[in-house]
Design a protein around this ligand. Structure first.
Ligand SMILES: Cc1cc2nc3c(=O)[nH]c(=O)nc-3n(C[C@H](O)[C@H](O)[C@H](O)COP(=O)(O)OP(=O)(O)OC[C@H]3O[C@@H](n4cnc5c(N)ncnc54)[C@H](O)[C@@H]3O)c2cc1C
Ligand SMILES: O=C(O)[C@@H]1CCCCN1
Length: 387
């Protein structure tokens, strides 16, 4: 078999593409994973030390997918012999009359997820360093915690290589011709494969536009802010401080979320679940600070033990769909082109199952989960191309 012929090519080595490639290699498929940047890199959506993992979701289908994700993350830890998940629990705080807050709590209850409902008195005694605004309620998702993201990405790529998978990094896909096989051209070679999985993160829209498919994806630049503890360790992972999601608190349009201080000692990560629109290659030209102003006000009201000016600001990108649900589907005109896109700022924890589903689609197997929430046809009225 020619060295440039593969069963499957995966375009994009973020967490979704890397997990897909791993599942394909486990299925004994000759797989090429192509990445435009030299690995590891910090120009997409999967870099950084930490991500939240949780079962608390508004929709049952994500909570159900998470059960298998926890098993697959544990399997990765075992196979790679690295710690990836750390249980911390996660506080969900919001108003009783907020439907998103009630849905999160309802999903936990309905699915028998280990959880706790805290009265304002219990909250004050358990979390004296956090102010719960009057009229707000809190629950804890006890399954939640922190994923060590950079470590996870490296681990899955190493395992993929160990299974005989091929990674070409620093190689940008510049063109591909649908067909059987598909022909893919990069800035340094030409390859053929029976199927192609596109997991291009913020570049998905422009990559797919080459096939005439215009997906309603919006790329947002996210300021990843770290805030200095006045007394180091107050909100520390070592003191079992949990992750949190503040559901539209203090009138904010979007959620605010945080992770205990860990990767940068004495600094707690608190971010806004939205940002400013950008082109992925222009990320650093976007300098809006609107979200930081919202966060500063939130920190001074709710986290009195933090200095309300961020000590470190890093950047990352979300690729969001109109309904914040993922796109996991076949290309409408080319069934051997599979699309994983639009992870809308919450896809990392789900990557083990996303990778499994994309692998199943690439191999023409029946997917293990109901994909109706993730189908491209839900955007039919928005799509410009003829499906
Ligand atoms: C600040 C922030 C906080 C987040 N918090 C959480 C969280 O707490 N929990 C959670 O579960 N999720 C979270 N997420 C979301 C999660 O990180 C993303 O959903 C996930 O990383 C998306 O991965 P991806 O593989 O789709 O994209 P990416 O990581 O961007 O990967 C796509 C890759 O494709 C490559 N590529 C693109 N075009 C080409 C080309 N033409 N040729 C070759 N390569 C190409 C890119 O270079 C890139 O490496 C967060 C995201 C951000 C930004
Ligand atoms: O996926 C998550 O768990 C977080 C929740 C808050 C926003 C960012 N993503």
């Amino acid at each position: 078999m020619d060295a440039n012929n593969f069963d499957c090519i995966v375009l994009g080595a973020g967490i979704q593409g890397s997990y897909t490639a791993y599942h394909l290699a486990k299925n004994k498929k000759k797989t090429l994973l192509v990445e435009q940047f030299v690995l590891p890199h910090s120009r997409g959506s999967s870099h950084g030390h930490t991500r939240i993992i949780r079962k608390a979701y508004q929709q049952d289908y994500y909570t159900r997918m998470m059960s298998e994700c926890y098993q697959l993350w544990a399997q990765l830890e075992k196979e790679a012999n690295v710690e990836i998940y750390r249980n911390t629990g996660m506080l969900v705080v919001g108003k009783e009359d907020c439907s998103a807050f009630r849905s999160l709590r309802g999903t936990l209850l309905r699915n028998n997820i280990p959880m706790e409902v805290l009265s304002p008195e219990q909250f004050a005694s358990r979390f004296p360093s956090v102010r719960l605004p009057p009229g707000e309620s809190a629950v804890i998702d006890k399954t939640a915690g922190v994923l060590h993201a950079d470590r996870a990405l490296k681990a899955i790529q190493d395992l993929f290589r160990g299974l005989g998978g091929v990674i070409h990094d620093g190689e940008k896909v510049v063109d591909f011709t649908p067909g059987s096989p598909i022909t893919m051209t990069t800035n340094s070679g030409m390859y053929h494969a029976q199927s192609l999985v596109i997991t291009a993160g913020p570049w998905a829209k422009s990559v797919l536009a080459r096939t005439g498919l215009q997906l309603p994806l919006q790329v947002l630049r996210i300021n990843v802010c770290y805030w200095k503890e006045r007394i180091p360790g107050t909100y520390g992972i070592g003191r079992h401080f949990p992750c949190f999601i503040g559901v539209k608190q203090h009138g904010a349009k979007h959620d605010i979320y945080g992770l205990p201080s860990n990767e940068y000692p004495g600094l707690m990560k608190i971010c806004y679940h939205s940002g400013s629109e950008t082109e992925p290659d222009e990320r650093d030209r976007q300098t809006s600070q609107e979200d930081i102003a919202i966060l500063s006000s939130f920190v001074s009201k709710s986290f009195p033990g933090l200095d309300p000016t961020p000590a470190v600001v890093e950047q990352c990108m979300y690729t969001v769909t109109p309904d914040s649900d993922f796109i996991l589907d076949q290309h409408p005109s080319h069934s051997n082109i599979i699309i994983g896109a639009g992870f809308s700022g919450h896809g990392f924890k789900l990557a083990p199952v996303v990778g499994k589903i994309l692998c199943e689609l690439a191999l023409g197997k029946t997917p293990s989960f109901d994909l109706s929430p993730f189908r491209i046809t839900r955007f039919q009225p928005l799509l410009k191309s003829a499906l």
